[in-house]
Design a protein around this ligand. Structure first.
Ligand code: AMP
Ligand code: MG
Length: 418
């Protein structure tokens, strides 16, 4: 008898996964190895930035009071008493009608309170003249204007990108506390599977899901342990899943989660005593996507169908991995786009369509990326986003605004939108 499964909404499935995350600890990592990691500590300003008043331009540091009354007819002359390059400090304070030649980034000398840009001056005997008054503070980068000592600048759980690294470097964080990355295992199941380097023979296909998931992890900066491929054999599969569970925090399997005669993952979960969070999601592709937990380990049973497998990873595994690291923006970012072609099929379940978005003179337009059944592989290769059509809808015509989820974008969203 075929087991009846009750589909749950995608949002419910996402929530269930996110409610079962085992948060891992943190570790100290040298700054240059932190790109793509998740901050395990907030970034707090260790000092003011800038840490001294400095010049934002190449020019002359003056006292604003000495420029009062300057005009085209009544130019005021200044004596240049020295030069301050970036990295140096003035030897003495300036006095009346005196100026220092100053370079970008150099500290403002004592008594000076304005910087005259080079272009605003005309050379004159031992200095220059200028034709307009300056107000106190004009053209000065003030101490602390960018960040104040003690200020919380970036929250724990943020993704470290090049800008974050610049900030950490500014404050001298040579080592940074980052979230430990989970160990992820990948196992491809299916008697029909061949390795990538094998010749096709009747009835067989090459394993494309294994390498795809490895790359989906790669682009998140997450390493993986490959458990290769296993034929549909209950005992052999149980054994390898058991071994993998002992070695990983997350195990992603592909294939064998459906209700076919050789779909053994449900039986394996049962044998091992894993708690199945759900085994049917009201979505296409990938309605058979199953997630189970055993101890602290999450088991993602993704469909063998390539598009379903891809989508299942992005919707469930990716946010779970980021969530396990305490990441605060684990979801794919969303945008609105205008459909570039009709999608007339009814959507009994939420539909995720591999698609291509582009900016055109008419705005952001999205079109399906070609053959779009759950077993499609070509559309995953072409797509750069997923169109989301809610369940219970139909007849989306060209020009309709739809939601799209962006793929491969570094900065995620903090809320799941559905
Ligand atoms: P399953 O989820 O095991 O019912 O498989 C669904 C479909 O996906 C079948 O047509 C399988 O041949 C195919 N498939 C299963 N595993 C893979 C894989 N690793 N790579 C590519 N296709 C696969
Ligand atoms: Mg199979």
């Amino acid at each position: 008898m075929v087991e009846m499964r009750k589909p749950i909404p995608v949002s419910e499935a996402v929530r269930l996964v996110m409610d079962h995350l085992h948060i891992r600890g943190t570790e100290m990592v040298p700054l240059e190895q932190t790109y793509g990691r998740i901050l395990g500590q907030p970034v707090v300003a260790r000092h003011d930035v800038p840490s001294f008043d400095r010049s934002p331009y190449d020019g002359f540091a003056v006292r604003a009071q000495d420029t009062v009354g300057a005009s085209g007819d009544d130019r005021i002359a200044f004596d240049v008493i020295g030069e301050i390059g970036a990295g140096y400090v003035a030897d003495r304070p300036i006095g009346k009608r005196e100026a220092y030649r100053i370079m970008t980034g150099a500290p403002i000398p004592e008594n000076a309170d304005a910087v005259v840009m080079l272009e605003q001056t005309v050379e004159h005997t031992s200095g220059f003249t200028l034709r307009k008054p300056f107000s106190p503070g004009e053209n000065i980068s003030f101490k602390g204007e960018d960040a104040k000592e003690g200020e919380l600048l970036i929250e724990k759980g943020a993704l470290i990108h090049p800008g974050t690294i610049a900030l950490l470097a500014t404050f001298g964080y040579a080592n940074v506390e980052v979230a430990k990355r989970p160990t992820v295992g990948i196992l491809s199941t299916g008697t029909e599977l061949l390795r990538v380097d094998e010749e096709l023979v009747p009835g067989k296909i090459r394993n494309s899901n294994g390498p795809m998931i490895a790359a989906q992890l790669d682009r998140m900066g997450i390493g993986y342990q490959s458990y290769g491929m296993e034929a549909d054999d209950l005992d052999a599969c149980t054994e390898i899943v058991e071994k993998a569970l002992a070695e990983t925090d997350i195990l992603i399997t592909t294939g064998g989660v459906s209700v076919g005669d050789y779909d053994y993952l449900p039986a394996i979960y049962e044998r091992l005593g894993a708690k199945v969070l759900f085994n049917k999601v009201a979505m296409r592709p990938g309605s058979v996507t199953t997630v189970a937990v055993l101890g602290d380990t999450l088991l993602f049973g993704l469909s063998g169908n390539p598009s379903a497998c891809f989508t299942g990873f992005e919707l469930f595994a990716r946010p779970a991995i980021i969530g396990m690291m305490g990441g605060t923006a684990p979801y794919m970012p969303r945008m609105k786009a205008e459909l570039g072609e009709d999608i007339l099929k009814p959507n009994p379940f939420t539909r995720f369509i591999r698609a291509i978005w582009d900016m055109t003179p008419e705005g952001i337009v999205v079109v399906p990326a070609g053959f779009n059944k759950s077993n499609a592989v070509s559309s995953i290769a072409r797509g750069n986003c997923l169109i989301v059509l809610p369940s219970g809808t139909r007849g989306f015509v060209t020009g309709t605004k739809v939601d799209i989820l962006l793929l491969g974008v570094e900065q995620g969203a903090s809320e799941w939108f559905l």
